[in-house]
Design a protein around this ligand. Structure first.
Ligand SMILES: [Zn+2]
Length: 442
């Protein structure tokens, strides 16, 4: 059944709450372990079914039992143009029901919000895209260029069973794709009552997870001992953890800071961007992590008995590098830990950075302004990583653009992987309207 607006004209936003709620009710918890991750196949089948209902054929590709991905292509009017990839992941991080005000997989509608794990990361966008495509199919709209839809598994645990699997094993599904949109961008940040920044992701930091290995002479815990692996490792970890890497303002961050300083009337000192960033309130955390490389110790492992000095000790460091700085960061770390500690990379994914210009950026900005006259679209860098890292391997220019208008007082970044994750219903409908406009003009 097509739901229509009171005017009788088909309304692209009519279904989005139902679609999002259905997706939230499918528990797609990704534990990082195939044996305990659930629901991705069911969610993928749901998406395929909703596409098939309106005549869009899709392919379902499993990377391992239950780890399913769905890809579909909507033909555009001009096949000579490159295709636009629109991607969203279907998995979510775990949620502990005891900590939540509502059950995390209930999809409850309360106080103008739709609640549930994945409400903003990122079943909201998954549902918005489905709503737009279903609306188009029913009303005969065709996009100006091919649109490839990809609903992926496993984004929350590194994309091996999702986007990376698709890129490595089924790259033909993305033939002709030149640009992409996905998470994490397009959301609003209120500067005042009449103006809102919309942060469009044009850059992502690199992921550089590494393990430090210290070796020493094993021995008895009661003896005088000057070659203790635990001591050596602890010293190195402390040096890394306390180190503040130098500030480097990339083009993306500079463009963002200039726009924000202008809006807030804050003086931007290029030598000291941190003073301006500190005035950004809830998004200071997001932006503050994008002006330097970071290295946070996250795990320690050594020993097996209280009175035995072990011969080895290891630590994991979660490092994130600015675009083009991965090798520099490696040298910086080598210097910090010293010659006796070995460094092993356990994950190394490149940073991304593209420019904030061109027709696609114009189309995003115009769609936002049309739906919110107070919109000020700005580029920004994400300190984390997304499926864009995998898709960029195909030479695709990736943006984070999942449009969402948020209430001024909502601490959006705290909801990512947070307790009581929820999305405002009017924000969800706003997102559909923006995407509908944008995808018609992409
Ligand atoms: Zn996500």
């Amino acid at each position: 059944m097509t739901s229509d607006a009171p005017s009788g004209r088909p309304d692209p936003t009519a279904e989005v709450v139902d679609l999002c709620r259905d997706l939230l009710r499918i528990d797609t918890t990704n534990t990082g372990d195939n044996d305990t991750s659930v629901g991705e196949r069911r969610a993928a089948e749901y998406v395929a079914e909703k596409l098939a209902e309106v005549g869009v054929e899709s392919v379902l590709r499993e990377s391992a039992p239950g780890r399913a991905n769905v890809v579909a292509r909507i033909p555009g009017t001009d096949p000579s143009r490159g295709a636009l990839l629109v991607h969203g992941h279907l998995d979510v991080v775990p949620a502990d029901a005891d900590e939540w005000s509502v059950h995390p997989f209930s999809g409850e509608l309360r106080d103008g919000y739709l609640w549930g794990r994945g409400a903003i990361d990122m079943k909201d966008f998954d549902a918005m895209v489905l709503a737009v495509v279903r609306h188009w199919q029913r009303t005969g709209v065709r996009p100006p260029r091919d649109i490839v839809l990809a609903y992926t598994a496993d984004e929350e645990a590194g994309s091996d069973y999702g986007a990376r699997f698709l890129v490595e094993r089924h790259r033909e599904l993305f033939d002709g794709c030149t640009e992409a949109i996905g998470e994490v961008g397009g959301f609003s940040y209120s500067v005042n009552d009449s103006q809102r920044l919309y942060l469009i992701e044009t850059a992502e930091k690199g992921i550089d997870w590494l393990r430090l290995h210290a070796k020493g002479r094993p021995g008895h815990g009661s003896m005088v001992h000057d070659d203790n692996a635990v001591t050596a490792l602890a010293e190195a970890v402390a040096r890394v953890g306390r180190h503040r890497f130098p500030v480097v303002v990339t083009d993306t961050v500079r463009a963002f800071l200039e726009e924000v300083s202008d809006l807030l009337g804050v003086e931007l000192d290029p030598e000291d961007p941190e003073t301006a960033i500190a005035k950004l309130g809830p998004i200071a955390n997001i932006i503050g992590a994008t002006i330097r490389n970071t290295a946070n110790p996250t795990r320690l492992n050594a020993g097996y008995k209280d009175n035995v000095i072990p011969g080895r000790a290891t630590a994991t460091i979660d490092c994130r590098s600015l675009p083009g700085q991965s090798e520099l960061l490696e040298r910086q770390l080598r210097e910090l830990v010293g010659p006796d500690i070995a460094i092993e990379y356990i994950q190394r994914q490149p940073a991304l950075e593209t420019t904030f210009d061109g027709d696609l950026v114009e189309a995003m900005s115009a769609a936002l302004r049309a739906e919110d006259p107070g919109a000020r679209p700005v580029p920004y860098m994400l300190s984390g990583g997304t499926d864009a890292k995998a898709f960029s391997q195909l030479g695709i220019r990736c943006f984070g653009f999942a449009p969402l208008r948020l209430p001024a007082d909502l601490n959006f970044s705290a909801l990512f992987h947070g307790i009581d994750e929820r999305v405002p219903v009017d924000g969800l409908q706003f997102g559909v309207r923006v995407l509908d406009r944008f995808l018609r003009t992409c």
